[in-house]
Design a protein around this ligand. Structure first.
Ligand code: ADP
Ligand code: MG
Length: 503
């Protein structure tokens, strides 16, 4: 049976949406959170054979003892400071007990009542430039779990699977979990705010250099809590927690979907089950996960194998002094420097492309060209492949591609073909031009030969041009472009045709 959904505007008339976001960020430390096993960058990490990035601690082998990764602590403090949080003079790790087939110890080392950072707020900019202050409850350190691969079922799901494989490479990778307080007052913009918040957190993590922060790689993962309360009611409604919505577009869609679903249930006199829900990217729906009570009994207790983390005031101040410009402030500055209109800048900012455009300009492109590539062709290609534009190509390659257009090696159309090759991993733009033979044919001899051939096929055209009908040249230009597979400069072809007519 199809899930009943209420029209979004109608839902907003009857109910106030309240959201809460939990975002996990994988840190790019050299080693894991509690062991000396390697934690290489995405490309190398994903190329590693299963169960090769391991130390005894990551498997929970008897007698192995965790050691806190200093670099992860420094990254977490920096992130906490960037979120406007207070840093705890002393914070503790706790064991979260749970059956984790992908975490060999059968408990996760996390933080519970003594997180490293708490009580902050972060400025989030909506698509029209409105700034919203999102209150942060806490940011805490923990370790990631490994990965299960289910076999024999459909689409890698556990349902119907006959066996599962476990890869512990990711077990113990350092995470920071950032938890917002309940967010009120966003109203019909709650879905958009969820997306903008995620984007802001990603940008902060990148600006601090503490994570590659690539969503499509799972470096940034979001759980979205949503509840509704009837207009005028005081008490908060029952929330659902949609797990692992891992793109900016999905978090917006998931929040919107939950608002519509919950509104339909509540207005029909039903009640919301407090539960986790799964997000289905393909259908744009959520489905029930496991019931979840506030008092989920994880039997948290202080981790006996680790000392409290007690950063000195001096260390905290050193890290504060080294904080980069906040993404929101940076945007305001760059907008002026680039000379974009409000709309042009919002296009870049809302696509999460400020850093990409900035790096492309640094690599030699003009602001206008950099903007055009990232918000145009690259966004189009990324959307079609359900990826992030930033994951497709490097800013240096984009600048190189533009340079090849500017110096006449490529037309816009050829450049798009070259881009396709770069995205497919065939090398730099110049390498793709060479390998695929895509450069514009600038040799007049070759163009004239193609023109002659076209004129032979349409002998009356030359007479028409001579008789003053210059627009008749269009048919020949078209034929030449076709025979040269688009690799001719149309303006030059036109010049050559007109010269021929005057001869
Ligand atoms: P859990 O352990 O269940 O994940 P957390 O405290 O880690 O709980 O996160 C809960 C998130 O849900 C927080 O962001 C919190 O602000 C938010 N939240 C709590 N109550 C509600 C509610 N009634 N409606 C929407 N969000 C809520
Ligand atoms: Mg949580």
């Amino acid at each position: 049976m199809a899930t009943a959904l209420m029209d979004f505007d109608k839902a907003l008339e009857l109910f106030e949406p309240v959201i809460g976001l939990e975002v996990h960020i994988e840190l790019n430390t050299k080693t894991k959170m509690f062991s000396s096993a390697g934690n290489p960058a995405n490309e190398e990490f994903h190329a590693a054979a299963p169960n090769t990035l391991l130390a005894p601690v990551d498997l929970g082998l008897p007698g192995s003892m965790p050691v806190v990764n200093r670099e992860a602590v420094l990254s977490s403090i920096s992130l906490g400071l960037a979120l406007g949080c207070s840093i705890a003079p002393s914070s503790r790790f706790a064991r979260k007990n749970y059956f984790y087939p992908d975490l060999g110890k059968n408990y996760q080392i996390s933080q519970y009542d003594e997180p490293i950072a708490f009580e902050g707020s972060v400025e989030v900019e909506l698509t029209d430039g409105t700034i919203v202050e999102v209150p942060i409850e806490r940011a805490h350190m923990e370790e990631d779990a490994g990965k299960l691969t289910h076999q024999g079922g459909s689409a890698g799901r556990i349902q119907g699977a006959s066996s599962s494989l476990v890869d512990y490479n990711r077990a113990g990778v350092p995470l920071v979990e950032i938890v917002t307080k309940p967010i009120f007052g966003a109203e019909e913009r709650a879905p958009e705010l969820a997306k903008a918040y995620l984007l802001t957190i990603r940008d902060i993590a990148r600006s601090l250099g503490i994570s590659e922060a690539r969503m499509e790689r799972g470096n940034v993962r979001c759980d979205a809590n949503v509840s509704l309360r009837p207009r005028g009611a005081e008490a908060l409604g029952t929330r659902t927690e949609t797990k692992n919505v891992n793109s900016m577009r999905s978090v917006e869609r998931a929040v919107r979907y939950e608002i519509r679903r919950q509104a339909a249930i509540l207005s029909a006199g039903g009640s919301i089950t407090q539960e986790t829900r799964h997000w289905h990217e393909d259908t744009g729906e959520t489905s029930p996960g496991r019931p979840k009570s506030d008092a989920d009994d994880y039997r948290y207790f202080p981790e006996p194998d680790l000392l409290p983390v007690a950063p000195s005031e001096e260390l905290i101040e050193q890290l504060r002094a080294r904080l980069p410009e906040a993404p929101a402030a940076k945007r305001r500055r760059l907008k002026g420097e680039w000379g974009f209109t409000d709309l042009e800048f919002q296009d870049v900012a809302n696509g999460g492309l400020v850093d990409e455009v900035e790096a492309t300009i640094a690599a030699g492109a003009t602001p206008a060209a950099a903007r055009k590539w990232w918000t145009g062709e690259l966004t189009r290609v990324a959307n079609a492949a359900d990826r992030e534009p930033s994951g497709l190509v490097s800013p240096a390659h984009v600048a190189e591609l533009q340079k090849l257009i500017d110096d006449g090696t490529l037309t816009d159309k050829l450049a798009r073909q070259v881009l396709e090759g770069v995205v497919a991993g065939e090398g730099s733009p110049q390498e793709v031009v060479d390998a695929r033979g895509l450069a514009v044919v600038s040799d007049d001899g070759a163009l004239i030969a193609a023109i002659d051939e076209a004129l032979q096929a349409q002998p009356d055209v030359l007479e028409k041009i001579k008789g003053g009908k210059v627009q008749a040249a269009g048919a020949i230009i078209g034929a030449v472009m076709k025979s040269m597979k688009g690799q001719a400069d149309a303006a030059r072809v036109r010049e050559l045709i007109l010269e021929r007519a005057q001869a």
